[in-house]
Design a protein around this ligand. Structure first.
Ligand code: TXA
Ligand code: MG
Length: 320
């Protein structure tokens, strides 16, 4: 079983040997390995059971690292890093040759991000390489936001989990690409469209068609629970009243018309989108553990973090 520790020296010990360590970030836990070591990268794909066409984000210790791993850097790309790092924004850059093909799935662009969790930032400062880290969940399942989530699913496959407590933001980083001085959002996440718009540049949401996604990880069915999930507004929930074992995931006030024996999980009573984001993946896991016939989740307001939360819930919906 994995060693669970708060000691970055232990994480460094394993990483320096080409092994993997789960790391806390402000968004979700990552499954980290030396981004410049192909053996470590292969282990990441194996442990996650992840297809090789899905590129990995490279985590760096600060914005100056951009110059080590990227070229043809545009002013707007650098300004974004300056404004939002450390933080939940992944920026695509034209990669330098030192970045292995396995990281980018052979593509020209590499996603760089400087995470805001103090333990992981300290770790990055004592390593002499950056960390490739996808979310530390089996491919296609809900991302982990607590060390115990990682331990449960990957604990017997990796030597070390760096315990940084629950993740503050709770949903993944926003992935952006800059083209013609415009910002394209390839994946909605912890930095909202509204925040990006403050730059005065055009911001385009381009993560919603997913049969041929620009960001290859954006498959329609993703973040899936084992139990079937329907992403549908609460006024339609009456259609399912004949079902027995149901979990409701709701936002705001509950209704006393809902069947009393259904399990009810609230994302935020006060309709606080930040709270809802931080609880989302934990609530999805809790719903799944109950092993229901059906999970019903309602759409949140399409503003701020609500956009990213709805995107995750939509992808968690069983194909139908
Ligand atoms: O918050 C996060 O971003 C977390 C933490 C651990 O940093 N990481 C994460 O990684 O969510 P992952 O691998 O689960 O998701 C990365 C997403 C995928 O959808 C992937 O396709 C996209 O980013 N991505 C990464 N590199 C890319 C690239 N070079 N070009 C296009 N998309 C890229
Ligand atoms: Mg992921």
């Amino acid at each position: 079983m994995a060693e669970i520790t708060q000691d970055i020296g232990r994480a460094k010990y394993w990483l320096d040997r080409g092994e993997l360590t789960a790391i806390p970030t402000e968004t979700v836990y990552g499954l980290a390995g030396n981004a410049l070591n192909s053996d470590a990268l292969i282990k990441i794909f194996e442990v996650k059971n992840r297809p090789k066409f899905d590129p990995l984000i490279v985590h760096v210790k600060n914005k100056n690292e951009i110059f080590n791993y990227a070229e043809e850097i545009q002013n707007l790309q650098f300004l974004l890093a300056e404004k939002f790092w450390p933080g939940p924004l992944t920026i695509l850059f034209k990669r330098k040759n030192c970045i292995p093909d396995l990281v980018t799935s052979g593509m020209e662009y590499v996603g760089l991000r400087c995470p805001a969790h103090p333990l992981t930032l300290n770790l990055l400062h004592v390593l002499d390489y950056p960390l490739a880290a996808p979310s530390a969940n089996p491919f296609g399942y809900v991302s982990p936001t607590r060390p115990e989530h990682v331990n449960k699913q990957l604990g017997n496959k990796i030597p070390c989990i760096l315990d940084g407590g629950p993740c503050e933001i709770g949903i993944e980083s926003t992935v952006v690409k800059v083209e013609d001085d415009k910002i394209y959002i390839l994946r909605s996440g912890g930095i909202t469209k509204e925040e990006l718009q403050k730059f005065g540049k055009e911001v385009i949401l381009s993560n919603h068609s997913s049969s041929n996604p620009q960001s290859p990880g954006q498959l329609t069915r993703h973040y899936a629970t084992f139990s079937p999930l329907k992403f549908i507004s609460r006024d339609k929930w009456t259609d399912f009243y004949h079902k027995k074992k149901v979990v409701l995931i709701y936002f705001g006030s509950p209704s006393n018309e809902w069947p009393s024996d259904w399990k009810k999980l609230c994302l935020s009573e006060n309709e606080d989108l930040k709270v809802a984001a931080s609880r989302l993946f934990h609530v999805l896991r809790e719903a799944d553990e109950y092993n229901p016939d059906l999970i019903l989740a309602e759409p949140l307001p399409m503003k701020g973090l609500g956009v990213a939360i709805n995107d995750k819930l939509k992808r968690a919906q069983a194909e139908n």
